[in-house]
Each structure stands twice: as C-alpha cells, then as structure tokens.
Design a protein around this ligand. Structure first.
Ligand code: CDP
Ligand code: CDP
Length: 231
C-alpha cells in the first residue's frame, strides 16, 4: 500500500510542473502523466479540422472519436494522437494560445477526467495539470500547487525559446501567460485553484532540484505516515 500513492501537481503556466513532475516520477519509478498534452492534442486536431473552438458539442463529438496515448520512452515522453506522433506539433504558439478555449467546455473536461482517472487507477503516478488535486484525483496522497511570479514564468519560457533558436518576445509571452491563467482560473468548469489540502510551493527563486527535493520530502513523510497507520 505504502508504495502506491498518487501525486497531483497543479499550478499556472510555466510554474515548472512538467519539468519537476518528470523528475519526481523518474526518481520514484512512477508513471508521469501530462494532462495538458491531452487538451493540447484535442486542440491541435480541432484546429486542423477547422472546428469552431467555441462549439462545445462538436468538440465533444471530436474527442469521442479521438485516441490520445502518452508513451514513456527512455529519456522523454511522446504523445500520439490517433496513432500519430504529435509530440512537437502540440507545443506550437497557435495550440498554446487556443487550448484554454477548448479546455473550458465541461463535457470535454468530463471525458478527459474519465480518461485520466483510468490512467491513475493503479496509483504510482505523478500527474500534472490544473484540476488534478481538485477533480481528477481528489484523494491523492500528495498534492502540490506550484506557483511563481508571472515575470519569472515568462522569463523561463523566453529562455526555452532562445535555447531552441526560436524567435521570442518577453513582453508578448508575459501577456499570453497572463491571458491563459485568467481563462483557466475564471472558467466555470473545474477552474485552476489550489485544493484546500495542497501544499503550495513558490518556485520563483528555487532551482528545479530544490523543488524536486521538497516534493520528495513531502512524499517520504506521507509514505512514512501510511506505513505507521498500517502497522
Ligand atoms: O505546460 P503549460 O503550462 O504551458 O500548459 P499545459 O499543462 O500543457 O496545459 C495547457 C492548457 O490545457 C492549460 O492552459 C489549460 O487550459 C488546459 N489544461 C486544463 O484545463 N486542465 C488540465 N488538467 C491540464 C491542462
Ligand atoms: O509544466 P509547466 O508549464 O508548469 O512548466 P515547465 O514547462 O515544466 O517549466 C518551465 C520552464 O521553467 C522550464 O524550462 C524549466 O527548466 C524552468 N524551471 C526553472 O527554471 N526553475 C524551476 N524551479 C522550475 C522550472
């Protein structure tokens, strides 16, 4: 029992969720599940099909005819949409700047949450997103809410772009992040919010390894407590 916990990591854009979640999962030999990649994949497909992203029924119908698989490779994770590798296609600006519109629809979320709960049923998962601690795994043994100032988060994305040789404007990134945070926090269906029992970590001035260590510290404590309870 004690080695089978679920870890939920939520927070706004570029707070470091996926970077940290992957490292925690690798250390614990758990499965990492990137729920944002699922919403991104549906958005990518809808854009390709030129479906009106405000049309909830059409998007829900599209999702029902769509398979999304997250496959763990040795070094990285790959995302397959209807069997096709879309790992890089789902990270473009056009997807990033439209995904929150797709993700606001409650029927779409309900179906996504059901798929995510299926993936998490055996525990031993680190899942990151916006509503993991509040809706997907409300009974997760460990819940983390990562935050950082919007300046720092924009700077992180900016550095990523520069490293990849992509054009990048810091001010534009900041505006896009603020806009997405606002849409995610203000939507009616499962908005981005810290679960009451989540531990908030402000990563603004923390390194990736600092954050990973803090989370592993929480995991050890929780596992210890579960062991004590089962004796
Ligand atoms: O990594 P980044 O912060 O850019 O975003 P992401 O985790 O890939 O998520 C992209 C978008 O999907 C978010 O801005 C949300 O609109 C949506 N999302 C969601 O609504 N619920 C989740 N559990 C995960 C993502
Ligand atoms: O998944 P999310 O959108 O929350 O963020 P991410 O894609 O994991 O992280 C955004 C960027 O911030 C990555 O380039 C990380 O290397 C960097 N990062 C950092 O500089 N300091 C941290 N404490 C965490 C992440």
């Amino acid at each position: 029992v004690t080695n089978k916990i679920a870890i939920a990591i939520d927070g706004p854009a570029a707070a470091g969720k996926s970077t940290v979640a992957k490292k925690v999962a690798r250390y614990l030999e758990y499965i990492y599940i990137d729920t944002g990649a699922m919403y991104r994949s549906l958005t990518y497909k809808a854009l390709q099909k030129e479906i009106d992203l405000e049309n909830e029924n059409k998007l829900f119908e599209l999702l029902k005819q769509t398979t999304i698989d997250l496959k763990q490779g040795k070094e990285s994770q790959k995302v397959f949409l209807d069997g096709e590798d879309v790992t890089t296609d789902i990270r473009t600006d056009v997807v990033t700047n439209n995904v929150s519109v797709v993700a606001k629809h409650s029927s779409v979320r309900k179906e996504m949450v059901a798929r995510q709960q299926f993936l998490a049923q055996k525990r031993q998962v680190v899942m990151d997103g916006r509503d993991i601690g509040t809706h997907v795994i409300p009974n997760a043994e460990v819940k983390i809410f990562l935050i950082a100032s919007v300046e720092e988060r924009a700077l992180r994305r900016h550095k990523e772009n520069i490293d990849k040789g992509y054009p990048s404007e810091l001010e534009k990134l900041k505006k896009e992040i603020e806009k997405r945070d606002q849409l995610d926090s203000e939507r009616e269906a499962a908005p981005l919010i810290k679960a009451d029992d989540a531990i908030e970590i402000d990563t603004t001035s923390l390194s990736i390894d600092d954050v990973v260590d803090r989370i592993l510290g929480v995991v050890e404590k929780v596992k210890g407590r579960l062991t004590d309870e089962s004796i």
